[in-house]
Design a protein. Structure first.
Length: 212
């Protein structure tokens, strides 16, 4: 975290700022939780103005805490937007937006100048998945976002490392006949189901580690 930002947040009553950026095809949608903030996201577009109320899309409602992934799910983030109109809902719910980059920062504001203090901390850098519309006393649009790592958990039924496909190409070859678990949703970085057995197996491959 930036040193100046740390100092600002340690003050008695810091003025915090939430910044959210959607890299939409028609141009970046930059929102903040109040007023406006000028910030360079480092994407080559230079300084951009983050608005508390966007004239076309509406207002940033809230950015809840990040949901930690479990089992077959990775990190998720739900960003709530209060849409300005029905046209804004239609635009933000468009399937063509799926996959656009989404970024979220937390920073602090200098009350005297309105400028950011130091560099805001990047909390999330992922991509837009889908939107959920809710109509009650107020309209709200929950922008569900995920990470690129989530693609590793997509169904892998089309993988070619299985007996069915192997025997289709080489009819007499049965080298993969006993291979199972190929279509299970497992992320390659996740913890083994039985770490103790895994460690003993690895140790058996390197017996010299246990000597002396």
């Amino acid at each position: 975290m930036d040193a100046a930002l740390i100092t600002a947040l340690q003050a008695a009553s810091p003025t915090k700022a939430t910044l959210v950026r959607f890299d939409l095809p028609a141009g970046a949608l930059c929102l903040t939780d109040g007023g406006f903030v000028v910030f360079d996201a480092g994407d080559g577009d230079g300084d951009e103005t983050y608005l508390g109320r966007h004239p076309t899309y509406g207002v940033l409602g809230s950015v809840p805490s990040i949901k930690d992934g479990a089992d077959a799910q990775t990190t998720r983030l739900d960003i709530v937007i209060m849409p300005a109109s029905a046209d804004a809902v239609t635009a933000l719910k468009s399937p063509t937006l799926q996959g656009v980059r989404v970024q979220w920062w937390e920073g602090a504001i200098n009350r005297a100048t309105g400028a950011l203090i130091g560099a805001p901390e990047l909390k999330f850098d992922g991509e837009f998945d889908r939107a959920r519309f809710s109509a009650g006393a107020d309209w709200s649009l929950v922008m569900e976002c995920g990470t690129q790592a989530e693609r590793q958990l997509e169904p892998n039924a089309d993988w070619r490392l299985n007996h069915s496909f192997h025997s289709l190409i080489w009819a007499s070859e049965t080298g993969l006949i006993f291979v199972d678990g190929v279509t299970r949703k497992k992320e390659w970085r996740e913890r083994p189901e039985n770490p103790g057995v895994f460690k003993r197996f690895v140790r058996s491959l390197t017996p010299w580690r246990d000597q002396g």
